[in-house]
Design a protein around this ligand. Sequence first.
Ligand SMILES: [Zn+2]
Length: 89
Amino acid sequence: MKHRRGIGLAPSDHHAVEIDTVTLTTLPQWSVIYACCRACRHQTLIERRELARRCGRDMSLAELAKRLKCQRCGNRFGNLLFLETLPRD
Ligand SMILES: [Zn+2]
């Protein structure tokens, strides 16, 4: 994979969110959060409720990203968050 995606850059057809300011409280209900490990590229869906329980609802997503630990390799550094917007029916 040549191109790097920085934190907060969603896939092209999704709009990016300001993760420095967005918290679990202000994040739209229909957004889901994915985490990607920089070391082993493991990707996982993050449960918002789980995040809220562990870190609280008032922490910005940028701060949350720093606290993530890869479930596969244990890496804590440089992990990325991606937001995906679910279709609303
Ligand atoms: Zn990993």
